[in-house]
Ligand binder design. Sequence first.
Ligand code: F6R
Ligand code: MG
Ligand code: MG
Length: 368
Amino acid sequence: MKITISVIKADIGSIGGHIKPSQKLKDSVRDFIQENGLKKGLVIDSYISSTGDDIAILMTHTRGKSNSEIHKLAWDSFVAGTAVAKSQGLYGAGQDLLKDAFSGNVRGMGPAVAELEIEERPNESFLFFAADKTDPGAYSLPLYLSFADPMHNAGLLLSPGMSKGFKFTIMDVEHVDADRVIELSAPENLYDIAALLRDNQRFVIESIHSKNTGELAVAVSTTRLHNIAGKYTGKDDPVCLVRVQGSFPATGEVLSPYGIGHYVAGFMRGSHTGPLMPVKSNSPISFFDGPPVVSAQAFSMREGVLTEPADAFDQPFWDYVRNMVSQKAIEMRRQGFSGCAMLPYSELEYGGIVEKLKELDKKFIVRR
Ligand code: F6R
Ligand code: MG
Ligand code: MG
């Protein structure tokens, strides 16, 4: 059966700053999807969750990718949620809804979107990742390691189902007029893939396909909010869907690279470098408006009907990782604004420093 899994997420307001959405706000989004999606038969199933200050709507349906009715459903539920956020005085109410009117597709309107249009396997298993206080490049290293590196993916050595490797589609997210993409094969083009993925702000994995079966394995949201709005409106806080098992990596192989807690862009004011902490679903944000976090929910699905999620980072192993990541966060924070602790000028998300540097520039003198 052909099924589409769509995840659409946005920050439409949160409690006490950028911490987490209120229960009432989440309920309002859930109710809206229930009334206008499930009851009307537009979607087969749905799951609403939050990661940091973002609300993600996961939906299964048969209408394919970029379907205007599905996207409108998500958009309208965020609009309805924004009204609740405003009524409660939540901070940043409607923050990620950057356009006034819906125009066929939420892409380029603020919310992040990741969609998998697939021929459902009889035992379809997939992971849904949601990250906060970071950007889509945060997924590049983990995906590279789990789909191309036998140090994390033992199946690349042991499983005939992955013998041919994977095809990576990588997007140049600095190119804003249209999608600019390149397709590269692992293991053949491994060094080319690495050369691009080195730059997390510009080159981002958009999708990955199995070369054994041709099947789509991964979809990542590639929105860059500052390219849409032309100014800071929050970090992009990306979502990602990964099919697992069989001719794809095992769940544990996809999770393995998150044990690193690699440094990503984001953190306070979207302008710093911090380690990515794997957290339980519905976790809030805290230290220095961070650290950057990622949650992972595992699902099984049959004819588009979802099981309850299994929280992949809710296991004692990850407590140890979280402690290690906290230490990495504190180490980086010890050097405050200096050097690599803060992002380069082009990536700073607040315009204030641009004005400041312009003023200071006038005061420089050249000694003869
Ligand atoms: C980062 C983030 C926060 C805010 C910070 C200041 O993604 O959302 O770190 O940038 O709390 O928020 P404003 O500028 O809204 O006062
Ligand atoms: Mg926010
Ligand atoms: Mg956020």
